[in-house]
Write a protein that binds this ligand. Structure first.
Ligand code: GAR
Length: 201
C-alpha cells in the first residue's frame, strides 16, 4: 500500500472521505499522517479520532514560505510519505515543493477545470451562467489549478441554485471523486508523464 499524507486547512471532509475509504482492506493506499497549516483546523481532531497521527504546522510560526515548507517536508519524510493529497489546503505551494513531489501530489478543486480556477468557484459558475458544474482531482504542477486531470464529476446547475447550494452538492461528489483519484494513482493506473495523465489498466 502507498503511504499517503493529507494536507488540510479546515474542516477536512475530503480528508474524512479518504480516511474512510482507506479502511477497506483492498484500497491501495493507507493514510499515515494529516498535517494542517492552522492549529485550529477541525479535521485534525477527526484524524486523531481515527488513530492517525495529526499535527499542525502553522505557517504563521515561520518567517518565510520556504521555512514553513521545509518543516512540512521533514514531517512528510518522517512518515515515509509516498503520496501527498491536498484537501482544502488553502496555501499556494512553491515551485520547489511542487517539483519535489511531482507526479505524487494531488489536489481537489471545486470546479470542472480548466474552467474556474482560484477561489469562489460557485459564484464564478453562476456569474458565467453555466448549467453544469463539478469538481476535479488533478496532479499538482507549478501553475495553480493547472495540473493534469485525474478524475472529474459533473453535476447540473438547477434553477434557483445559490453559491451555498452548489457548494453543498459539489462537496458531496468531491468525496467519491477524490477516493477514485487516489485509488487510480496509488495503484499505478494513473501516472503523470510529460505533463499529462497516462491511464493504464
Ligand atoms: C473543498 O470544496 C475543496 O474542493 C476546496 O475547499 C473545500 C475543502 O473542504 N478546495 C479549494 O478551494 C482549493 N483551492 P473540506 O475541508 O471539507 O475537504
Amino acid at each position: 500500500k502507498k503511504r499517503v499524507a493529507i494536507l488540510i486547512s479546515g474542516r477536512g471532509s475530503n480528508m474524512s472521505a479518504l480516511i474512510e475509504a482507506a479502511k477497506a482492506p483492498d484500497y491501495p493506499a493507507e493514510i499515515v499522517a494529516v498535517i494542517a497549516n492552522k492549529a485550529d483546523a477541525a479535521g485534525l481532531d477527526v484524524a486523531r479520532a481515527n488513530g492517525i497521527p495529526a499535527f499542525a504546522i502553522p505557517h504563521r510560526d515561520f518567517a518565510s514560505k520556504p521555512e514553513h515548507e521545509n518543516a512540512v517536508s521533514q514531517a512528510l519524510h518522517a512518515e515515509k510519505t509516498d503520496i501527498v493529497c491536498l484537501a482544502g489546503y488553502m496555501r499556494i505551494i512553491s515551485p520547489e515543493f511542487v517539483s519535489a513531489w511531482e507526479g505524487k501530489m494531488l489536489n481537489i478543486h471545486p470546479s470542472l477545470l480548466p474552467l474556474f480556477k482560484g477561489l469562489h468557484t460557485h459564484e464564478q459558475v453562476l456569474e458565467a451562467g453555466m448549467r453544469v458544474h463539478g469538481c476535479t482531482v488533478h496532479f499538482v504542477t507549478a501553475g495553480m489549478d493547472e495540473g493534469p486531470i485525474i478524475t472529474q464529476t459533473a453535476i447540473s446547475v438547477n434553477i434557483g441554485d445559490t453559491p451555498d447550494t452548489l457548494a453543498e452538492r459539489v462537496l458531496s461528489v468531491e468525496h467519491e471523486t477524490y477516493v477514485r483519484a487516489l485509488a487510480l494513482v496509488a495503484s499505478g493506473k494513473a501516472v503523470m508523464k510529460n505533463g499529462r495523465t497516462v491511464f493504464r489498466d
